[in-house]
Design a protein around this ligand. Structure first.
Ligand code: SAH
Length: 407
């Protein structure tokens, strides 16, 4: 175990339980570095602060996980963190109409870089840190012991592979042991809030489905009855499906990915078959593979009375925030200009670098430029299986508002 001393004046954040320590905050590492290992972290005066994982090749070389001096680091500690994260979600295992939810939410569950989701009988893991890549077998083994999934599939997050120096790969675990991919593996089916979905092995974005929007899909869906809806950045259509379930008149789904849109249509058929969507739902939907910004700019004024704007992360880092703010504002301004008087917009940002205040301010600018008034009807965030850890503000990445536009 390393002993890492934090520079004087740099120990505020680690003392307040922020889990990231960058090399500039470290005074000394003893003994000298020979490879990744656990570390005891102390202040300049030698006071214990925390235990963490030290890996010089990671872009965040020290990741803190426990502020309890009595904790014993090692694989059993990781197993305990996994058990605690899963037990915190025990109510989710008996929900009648939802079998997809997050089991481990990275730093917010004290397991940096692990995003683990249950999809019915399968578990999908997105790896975004060297720490997670190293401890994946331990986490997979504990999840298997607890939940006995049919398979665990772990994918390296493309966005982090480069900065963490990780090889992009897909790994599989069956009965707790690492195995080769089964070429004939079928898509997994799962249900969320009464709607069926199917995810293909290892190919979807993130881990195939965004279960952070679960509550927002339901809330947004409630406004769809009788509406002409635009689902921008629809992906595989979760918002479209909820709009249909709630009696939308029509839904135009737009995404740059044609395969996501085809899957959207497949999921409509799946739900018609399962009788979870009204008959004729397919006939009320049109799909357009297109750039969403181009599509909305070219759309007819006043055609829609409801819009869903769920773009991908437009600000990937703090430094990219300024340009991203312009893109968010442009998107929202055009939506406000195009929507009918009294129309409803569900607007989201999943950029961790953008605070909720930034987002709200951006909406204000957009409304001013569009010459309209905005009423906030709902403040939206990720579901409770994606908790925001207060000592780690970055965990509040998904922000949204359901607004009414008054002209
Ligand atoms: N609302 C979806 C998730 C959206 S994820 C759900 O709840 O499941 C963001 C989507 O935006 C992705 O499907 C991606 O293909 C799409 N996308 C990214 N850039 C785009 C662009 N410029 N125009 C249209 N779609 C885009």
């Amino acid at each position: 175990m390393y002993r890492i001393t934090i520079k004087e004046g740099k120990d505020k954040a680690p003392r307040r339980h922020h889990p990231w320590v960058f090399s500039g905050a470290m005074d000394s590492v003893e003994p000298s570095y020979t490879g990744p290992d656990w570390a005891e972290v102390v202040s300049k005066s030698g006071m214990f602060i925390a235990y963490g994982w030290y890996d010089e090749e990671s872009h965040i070389s020290l990741r803190l996980m426990s502020w309890n001096k009595k904790e014993k680091t090692g694989d059993d500690f990781i197993r305990k963190l996994v058990r605690e994260a899963v037990f915190r979600r025990k109510e989710f295992f008996s929900l009648p109409d939802t079998t997809a939810f997050r089991l481990i939410h990275g730093e917010a569950d004290f397991l940096p870089g692990f995003a683990c989701d249950a999809y019915g009988k399968e578990i999908r893991i997105l790896i975004s840190s060297r720490f997670a890549d190293t401890f994946l077998p331990v986490v997979a083994s504990e999840l298997t012991a607890m939940l006995n999934p049919s398979i665990i599939e772990a994918v390296t997050d493309r966005q982090f592979a480069g900065i963490e120096g990780l090889k992009e790969r897909v790994r599989h675990f069956r009965n707790g042991e690492e195995t080769k991919e089964d070429e004939n593996r079928e898509n997994v089916r799962f249900i969320e809030s009464g709607i069926w979905y199917e995810a293909a092995p290892g190919k979807g974005q993130k881990s195939g489905f965004y279960c952070d929007q679960r509550d927002n899909r339901v809330i947004t869906g409630h406004y769809a009855k009788g509406k002409t809806v635009l689902d921008l950045f629809s992906y595989t259509g979760s918002f479209t499906l909820h709009a249909l379930k709630n009696g939308a008149l029509s839904v135009d789904a737009v995404d740059s990915s044609e395969s996501a849109l085809r899957h959207l249509l497949y999921q409509i058929h799946l739900n018609e078959d399962k009788k979870t969507l009204p008959e004729g739902s397919r006939d009320r939907v049109s799909i357009t593979p297109s750039d969403a910004f181009d599509f909305i700019r070219a759309s007819e004024d006043g055609k829609y009375d409801m819009m869903i704007l769920d773009p991908p992360k437009l600000a990937k880092t703090k430094s990219a925030l300024e340009n991203a703010m312009k893109a968010y504002k442009d998107l929202n301004r055009v939506a406000m200009m195009k929507i009918r008087n009294g129309g409803i917009i569900a607007t989201y940002s999943c950029s961790g670098a953008m605070t909720r205040d930034d987002f709200r301010m951006m909406l204000g600018w957009a409304a001013t430029d569009a010459g309209c008034e905005i009423q906030i009807l709902h403040t939206l965030s990720a579901g409770e299986d994606h908790p925001v850890r207060l000592s780690f503000p970055e965990s509040e990445y998904l922000k949204g508002y359901l607004i009414r536009v008054l002209k």
